[in-house]
Design a protein around this ligand. Structure first.
Ligand code: GLP
Length: 242
């Protein structure tokens, strides 16, 4: 596991973007696993700027997103499809058909989980998977629980996640209670994993994930078993590491 300690959010975002840009340069038709949340917003801003300057191209890139709220359409301004369009896809030369996000309106979520898992498998899984981390150590929407979920599946969100994400909705009651998420198994099949973490409220989760026991109660702790993980954090998020 490599850890980059950056002084603040902007430096974290630049560092993470350089790692993704290097992946695109090395393999222009790579499969990028993408994440949402406030943590990767700055990373995407850098990638958009470098794409506009002509330094990197997404023309051949395929993307698979980690997760989507169950019950929200792609046009809903809090859906993860909408987030990806507005933060990245609409501003770069990626081919829209090459972008994939689970369908939050699927009538049969179990079938949608299987469809999405098969799709990610058919692309050969991610060359590079970008991850944020929840305050409770969740990755994607894999919440703390009794076992590591393997494949894309429907998740019941925890109170902690609903509370943390309520800032984006009119109230906590408006936050969807379920989501479709890649499983831990799907994420671990990525060849490389890049985690971005910022802010003091992540310090405890980061410390447990990196230095605590590997347990599904801290889903990100499984990353200790992956052979190629890079964590890029600001000083506050890494402050709990010994
Ligand atoms: C959500 C997403 C995660 C993300 C987490 C942290 O729950 N499903 O993928 O990592 O939020 O979000 P933020 O980066 O806004 O703290």
């Amino acid at each position: 596991m490599r850890i980059y300690r950056e002084k603040d959010y902007d430096a974290m975002s630049r560092r993470a973007a350089t790692i993704i840009a290097a992946q695109i340069v090395a393999k222009p038709d790579c499969v990028l696993g993408l994440a949402t949340g406030s943590s990767p917003v700055g990373t995407y801003k850098n990638l958009v700027a470098w794409n506009k300057q002509g330094d990197i191209s997404f023309k051949e890139v395929r993307s698979v997103n980690l997760d989507e709220y169950y019950g929200l359409s792609g046009d809903h301004d809090q859906s993860y499809r909408y987030f990806m369009q507005t933060n990245l896809f609409d501003h770069v030369d990626i081919v829209p058909e090459n972008t994939n996000v689970p369908n939050g309106l699927a009538q049969d979520p179990a079938a949608e989980g299987e469809r999405y898992e098969a799709l990610v498998a058919s692309l050969g899984y991610a060359d590079l998977q970008l991850l944020g981390m929840g305050r409770n150590g969740h990755i994607g929407f894999n919440e703390p629980c009794g076992e590591f979920p393997l494949i894309t599946h429907l998740v019941d969100l925890t109170e902690s996640t609903i509370e943390a994400n309520a800032r984006f909705f009119a109230s906590a009651d408006d936050v969807p209670k379920q989501a479709l998420s890649m499983g831990i198994g799907t994420i671990m099949k990525a060849r490389k994993i890049l985690v971005v973490v910022s802010g003091e409220d992540k310090a405890d989760a980061v410390a447990k994930a990196v230095q605590g026991p590997i347990t599904p109660e801290v889903p990100a702790s499984i990353l200790q078993l992956h052979p190629d993980v890079t964590i890029v954090g600001d000083e506050a998020a890494l402050s709990g590491l010994k």
